[in-house]
Design a protein around this ligand. Structure first.
Ligand code: GLN
Length: 531
């Protein structure tokens, strides 16, 4: 069967949940037995979001193949359980970089290089790349930004051309907002009409309209939108606000989004989608018997999206434990010796988050010391693990001024140091130790107990590492290496066996937690917090 394409665009406002709608559709098609993948096209000029500050763009999500990508890819993986890759996230920057490289090589044979056809051809090539692999029945491509933006124009133009070339083999879903005016008690459709008009002006007719709303949309309103926008009334569907994003696939099923899309693609409906395990997860999410509070210590806590995958991993792992995890957001810059006890005393567990640079480091160290000395379950991720090593060096091994060379290049005790492979790296973009690496676990460790196996693979995003020169000293004093990369010998996990549950991981377990497979370390961390 040749691959079919679904495009998802958005209008009226940003943040309406295109990524969640695209992920939900993928889930529904997958639950009917189709092989699906999601792709995101981002209209900014950065080559990838790896160089973006989390305040700008939220979390940078990392794939197995080491691509630094948009956080929507995290949703795709969490919903479908299928790994994504570099090919699943393309930016304007990457498109231009490819075209300019070809131009410099002389590939265009003296032609004037233009947005149409050269940029649009490159966009189309990248969309079709996933389909050409022959692995997928359906590729769902989400176009970032809002219709009408200057930046997204070339992408929409590429979609227009591609739909023309593909004929019956594609569907375009347009997501808009139906605002509610409380003064008059009315739902307004005009923004949707304008948004569709903006699409029509650039030659694109949507097939399905998903209307984001706070209130139920009645049949009259749907008929009206259908009439103005040239779509079938049944293809005007609502996306009503729900308490959890994981309910959206169920709502989209009720609205028959999957049926409408499959019909338009000419694909058989097969059997009803099998959503049993999804519904079980949702049930557990809403019917828990316990609650805990976990402190998330980081420097971007004002913006929860900066820690998106960690938040979701807690949701998945909480459900398995029949437990609601309440995250207490703790700004590492606000923690000091005077308030640390007050701020942390009611927590069942503490997670110290990943990060870069020295802002907020002192607070992170205080939180770790508190967790270590008071036997509070602790999970340190990446920078959080490195800080746990520094805290141990300073306060247990009495190595005064021990540090990471990232923060203090001239420290006497560089317990965290730049990896050899990073010594000559000067460019910032895409040059960290990125993506999946093997890790061998020490039998009998907390990590081994959590995973239930010796060999695992986890994703990385860092330049610094635990300095193995100090390994013996640490082990003698009670902090041991329990996970190691067999190829390089790098320390991937440290633990304090005498502590109830104290685990620091150089990798990012949160990227691999999904609804169907909650991450074992998060599951085990919550278990420890409950005991
Ligand atoms: N800044 C640290 C490093 O580069 C940690 C990175 C992270 O937390 N992702 O090694």
């Amino acid at each position: 069967m040749s691959t079919k394409y679904v495009f998802v665009t958005g209008g009226v406002a940003s943040s309406l949940g295109k990524g969640i709608i695209a992920s939900s559709l993928a889930k529904l098609l997958q639950a009917r037995g189709y092989k699906v993948t999601n792709q995101k096209l981002d209209p900014y000029i950065n080559i990838d979001p790896g160089t973006l500050n989390p305040y700008e763009h939220g979390e940078c999500y990392v794939t197995d193949d080491g691509a630094e990508t948009d956080l929507d890819l995290g949703h795709y993986e969490r919903f479908t359980g299928c790994p994504t890759s570099q090919a699943n996230n393309i930016t304007t920057g990457r498109i231009y970089q490819n075209v300019i490289t070809k131009e410099r090589r002389g590939d265009y044979l003296g032609k004037t290089v233009q947005i149409v056809p050269h940029i649009t051809d490159e966009i189309k090539r990248n969309i079709k790349l996933l389909g050409n692999k022959g692995e997928y029945d359906v590729v769902i491509t989400e176009i970032g930004g809002t219709v009408g933006d200057i930046e997204s124009l070339p992408f929409i133009e590429a979609v227009r051309q591609l739909r023309w070339e593909l004929g019956e083999k594609s569907v375009l879903i347009h997501l808009t907002l139906v605002p509610y005016l409380s003064a008059t008690g009315e739902l307004k459709t005009k923004p949707t009409q304008h948004s569709v008009k903006a699409l029509l002006e650039i030659g694109v007719q949507p097939d399905v309209l998903v209307l984001r709303t706070e209130h139920e949309l009645n049949a009259d309103l749907r008929r009206k939108v259908a009439l103005f926008c040239n779509v079938a009334p049944k293809a005007v569907i609502q996306s009503i606000d729900v308490s959890t994003i994981y309910e959206v696939p169920i709502r989209m099923r009720e609205e028959k989004l999957d049926e409408i899309v499959l019909e338009q693609l000419g694909l058989p409906l097969n059997s009803e989608p099998d959503l049993d395990s999804w519904k079980k997860f949702l049930y557990k999410l809403k019917n828990y018997s316990k609650e805990i509070r976990i402190g998330l210590v980081g420097k971007y806590v004002e913006l929860h999206d900066a820690y998106k995958s960690i938040v979701e991993a807690f949701i998945h792992a909480g459900a398995v434990n029949d437990c609601k995890v309440n995250i207490v957001w703790i700004h590492s810059e606000e923690l000091n010796e005077q308030n640390v006890l007050e701020r942390l005393k009611n927590l069942h567990g503490i997670l110290v988050a990943p990060g870069f640079g020295h802002r907020g480091i002192a607070g992170k160290l205080l939180a770790i010391q508190y967790a270590r000395e008071n036997n509070i379950p602790f999970l340190g991720i990446c920078l959080g693990m490195q800080m746990a090593v520094i805290e141990f060096a300073r306060n247990v091994l009495k190595m005064e001024g021990a540090d990471s060379t990232e923060m203090a290049a001239k420290t006497h005790y560089p317990v965290i140091d730049l990896m050899d492979s990073q010594l000559n790296v000067t460019d910032k973009g895409g040059t960290m130790r990125l993506g999946a690496y093997n890790c061998e676990l020490l039998e009998g460790s907390k990590a081994y107990e959590a995973y239930g196996q010796k060999n695992i693979q986890e994703r990385h995003r860092h330049r610094y590492e635990f300095n193995s020169k100090y390994k013996e000293e640490f082990e003698k004093a009670g902090m041991i290496t329990t996970g190691i990369n067999p190829e390089s010998g790098l320390t991937e996990i440290v633990e304090i066996p005498a502590h109830k549950w104290f685990v620091g991981v150089q990798f990012h377990p949160e990227y691999k937690s999904t609804v169907v497979k909650p991450h074992p370390l998060f599951v085990s961390f919550i278990k420890a917090c409950l005991s």
